[in-house]
Design a protein around this ligand. Structure first.
Ligand SMILES: O=C(O)CCC(=O)C(=O)O
Ligand SMILES: [Fe+2]
Length: 316
């Protein structure tokens, strides 16, 4: 029995108003409650998923010295490689037991200056790695656009409310490798308890065990998706914007039992970010007498910088 509700994006995209409303209600209810849904009917086909996993595994199999060629501290880990143990969850000193890669937004040459995004990093050893990453990025971004449209309707906003903020948004596709565990990790875990920073996260790879989410009672529940499903959760930016009506649920990746220490785990979250100048100020229609404004006004860019400092990716 899974604890996370399952929804099908085909319902939302269908021309049938009842199916569309059913999707909006189901995802809205799930995000006001547990903060996660498993979603079928997205735009990633099986071949693309398989190709992406193969490329990602081949990348992490490269020698450490090769991977480190692609580590660029000046961009605060926002593109290219981030080596093992570098990132720690907010408020935690032990680094997570993971290494990862970041693909970022693709903007035209003439738009580059406007957005100020760092360039994506090209892996010379793997001729298809970057093209496949880009294709997956675009398909996840398209999926996220429809999910945000459903959430806009649920919030009583215009359906396309988020479209203008996510066009050329600062999203990140992050393939993660949790290597085999070689010695007693003491306090360190694969990913310590955290809320995501961004608007919503679309996670590939939640079929395997390890991901857990915390419910209202503080209990940790396993979050397991079907192979054709993406796990999609609300991040802190959307939770702020909606005055916590939509919940950014704390989640973590636990270490496996000792007999499975020898195995790697891979996952590929897509962190959907808006453009940096989106105001995350609490929406008026999410404030009333019983639920007063809970968050200070802040832009997405300011909020991201604050959090990257807390994660250890920007050095003060
Ligand atoms: O690896 C996973 O399953 C989840 C990773 C995660 O929560 C994150 O990177 O924010
Ligand atoms: Fe996360």
């Amino acid at each position: 029995m899974n604890n996370i509700p399952s929804v099908d994006l085909h319902d939302f995209i269908s021309e049938d108003p009842n199916r569309k409303q059913k999707f909006v209600d189901a995802i809205g209810k799930a995000y006001e409650d547990i903060g996660f849904v498993a979603l079928k009917g997205h735009f990633l086909d099986d071949a693309l998923v398989e190709n992406l996993y193969n490329e990602v595994k081949n990348f992490f199999d490269l020698p450490v010295a090769t991977k480190q060629k692609y580590e660029i501290p000046e961009v605060a880990g926002q593109r290219g490689y981030v080596s093992f143990g570098k990132e720690s969850a907010k408020g935690k000193k032990e680094g997570d037991l993971k290494e990862f890669w970041h693909f970022g937004q693709y903007v035209d040459e003439n738009e580059k200056k406007k957005y100020g995004y760092p360039d994506n990093v090209n892996v010379e050893e793997l001729p298809n790695f970057n093209a496949i990453g880009k294709e997956a990025y675009k398909m996840l971004e398209k999926t996220a656009k429809y999910v945000l449209r459903a959430l806009a309707l649920h919030l009583g906003l215009e359906e396309t409310y988020f479209d203008k903020y996510i066009y050329n948004g600062n999203s990140i596709l992050r393939p993660i490798h949790y290597p085999p565990i070689k010695e007693e990790p003491k306090e360190a875990v694969r990913a310590a308890a955290h809320g995501d920073i961004n608007l919503i996260t679309l996670l590939m790879g939640a079929q395997g065990r390890g991901l857990q989410v915390q419910n209202h009672k503080g209990e940790w529940l396993d979050a397991i998706a079907e192979p054709d499903e993406l796990m999609i959760n609300v991040g802190d930016m959307l939770s702020r914007h909606t005055n916590n009506k939509l919940k950014s649920t704390i989640h973590r990746v636990v270490n496996p039992p000792k007999e499975l220490w020898g195995t790697s785990r891979y996952s590929i979250p897509f962190f959907m970010h808006p453009v940096s100048d989106m105001k995350l100020d609490v929406l008026n229609n999410c404030v009333d007498e019983n639920n007063p404004k809970q968050f200070e006004d802040i832009t997405a860019g300011e909020f991201l910088t604050e959090r990257l400092i807390e994660l250890g990716l920007i050095k003060k």
